[in-house]
Design a protein around this ligand. Structure first.
Ligand code: XMP
Length: 511
């Protein structure tokens, strides 16, 4: 049974960071909304209560039964979680005279296992407007800061498991010894054995998939992206060629991508069929200029093509998908304890329509963990480190109507740009890069002739998750070389510009 830590989410923006810090220590954890019921069994080693935008003194402040939990497992409250702990056991929480945001220095008041290896004056990150002003009876202060009397506390006595609260956020980068504190909680206090590694994940997942799928067959749409490739490889390890991958050339992939990706799939032993549907896509896209209409057209046709292929495979009961954890975490809304579940599948609606059950082996992994599992599975690093690429592909990078000629023009420019990034070792320093074909022609001069041709914009961004992004500060010399190479080699393009907009307020894609 995999040991686990539960993080009860009260809606903090940092909750996912807690989970990632725990996973980094090779301990498995899950985030659930605070009001969701859960079982305390032998696999559960400890509970963490997250921060929250609420105040514990609000009328409908979210709450949980900490006393019941701590009878069975150790509990650590962070920020709101600490305030809630103090309040639930009879302490006081008040509005602070001044809000405390940003750096503070921790002053240690007592020795404790939780603080092993933490030095006095250690920098911690604060983000709160309420403070604990009185600790409940039977609790004691572990640390303070210049602004607040209770920065860390513990429950004394041995009638329950350990119970701690800390006002600061150990999970954020600016709490310089925060990971040490979480590590102490996980190992010395909860007794986690830190055996959750990519190798153990692969073994457990393959065994589970074998059980789940039995003798059935699985169909799966592959995109060439990291998530679907890693998910398919895991499924293939469990059931071999009973996994039927389908990779569609929709005509708006990168140059040679279809052939190259198909070759990689076959080299790692995946049973994947490539479908050349380019002309069907071009003909459906004809005359369409609205970005959403283009997206819907591609999405719908993709499902049709996929379904036609899937119908030819018999004995299929499952649809494989590369869904990852950030897509499925149930989030707590700041405007009330309601839940929203994000979901995005590129074959949305199909499972019900075809009476298929889902197989999602990466459902509980963060992106960086998917990459590590991919490397563990022996998938080539080139494949694992590929930039994200949108489902509608170059169709949303050709502003306006998509035609086969424009696709070829953009593929040629894009190939020069991406190859250049790889050759100069810049590819892995940006999160995503691509070229955009603008619907404007401008005047140029080549030799003695005037030209009137298209403009291409180069885009490269740095980002963690695509939600926010900054334009990448690529070297001028590199941009100059790429501009020359594109204009000299791609007939039809006589101007290259570089996009220096961040997200927000701009977006990564232009459509
Ligand atoms: P934006 O343009 O919203 O893009 O800043 C954020 C990330 O999402 C990708 N993207 C898409 N991916 N279908 C996809 O599968 C789409 O319609 C789509 N639109 C944007 C984009 O490439 C970036 O990584």
């Amino acid at each position: 049974m995999t040991e686990r830590i539960l993080i009860l989410d009260f809606g903090s923006q940092f909750t996912q960071l807690i989970a990632r810090a725990i996973r980094e220590a090779n301990v498995y954890c899950e985030i659930i909304p605070f009001q969701k019921a859960f079982e305390i069994d032998d696999s559960l080693k400890g509970i963490i209560l997250s921060g929250s935008p609420f105040s514990v003194n609000e009328e409908h402040a979210p709450s949980v039964d900490i006393a019941a939990m701590v009878k069975k497992v150790p509990v650590l409250g962070i920020c709101y979680g600490a305030q809630l702990t103090a309040k639930c056991f009879g302490g006081r929480v008040d509005k602070s005279n001044k809000r405390e945001y940003g750096r503070a220095k921790l002053q240690l008041k007592k020795e404790d296992t939780l603080l092993n290896g933490i030095t006095n004056d250690s920098q911690v990150w604060m983000s709160h407007s309420d403070s604990i002003t009185l600790l409940p009876e039977g609790f004691e202060i572990l640390a303070t800061t210049e602004s607040i009397p209770v920065a860390g506390f513990r429950k004394t006595g041995t009638d329950t498991c350990s119970l701690y609260g800390i006002q600061f956020h150990p999970e954020v980068y600016h709490s310089t010894q925060g990971k040490q504190l979480l590590f102490n909680f996980l190992t010395s206090i909860c007794g986690c054995s830190q055996n959750w590694t990519p190798a153990s994940f692969v073994n457990e997942t393959v065994a589970r998939l074998k059980q789940q799928i039995g003798d059935s067959h699985v169909i799966m749409a592959l995109s060439g992206g990291v998530d679907s490739t890693v998910a398919a490889t895991l499924i293939s390890k469990a059931i071999g060629d009973r996994l039927h991958g389908i990779f569609v050339d929709n005509g708006v992939l990168r140059r040679n991508e279809f052939e190259q990706v198909l070759e990689t799939y076959h080299s790692i032993g995946l049973n994947v069929k490539g479908i050349d549907a380019r002309q069907r896509f071009y003909s459906e896209l004809k005359g369409k200029t609205d970005p959403e209409e283009k997206r819907k057209t591609i999405g719908k046709l993709f499902i049709d093509v996929f379904q036609e292929e899937a119908n030819q495979v018999s004995g299929v009961q499952f649809l494989g998908q590369g869904t990852i954890y950030p897509d499925v975490i149930e989030s707590v809304s700041v405007h009330g304890p309601s839940q929203t579940i994000k979901s995005h599948h590129n074959v949305g609606g199909l499972p019900e329509k075809m009476h298929l059950s889902l197989v999602e082996p990466l459902r509980f992994l963060f992106k960086d963990e998917v990459r590590r599992v991919g490397l563990e599975l022996g998938i080539p690093a080139d494949m694992i480190n590929r930039h994200p690429f949108p489902g509608p592909g170059l169709a949303i990078r050709i502003l306006g109507e998509v035609t086969e000629e424009k696709v070829q023009l953009l593929q040629a420019a894009d190939d020069i740009y991406i190859t250049g990034l790889k050759d100069r070792d810049l590819y892995n320093s940006v999160w995503q890069a691509g070229t955009i074909l603008l619907p404007v022609k401008s005047v140029g001069v080549m030799g003695d002739e005037r030209t009137y041709e298209y403009t291409v914009a180069l885009r490269a961004v740095t980002s963690v998750d695509g939600m926010t992004a900054d334009w990448a500060h690529l070297p001028y010399e590199f941009l100059a070389d790429i501009s020359n190479e594109i204009i000299n080699n791609v007939r039809g393009i006589n101007r290259v510009v570089y996009d220096i907009s961040s997200k927000p307020p701009a977006t990564i894609e232009w459509e």
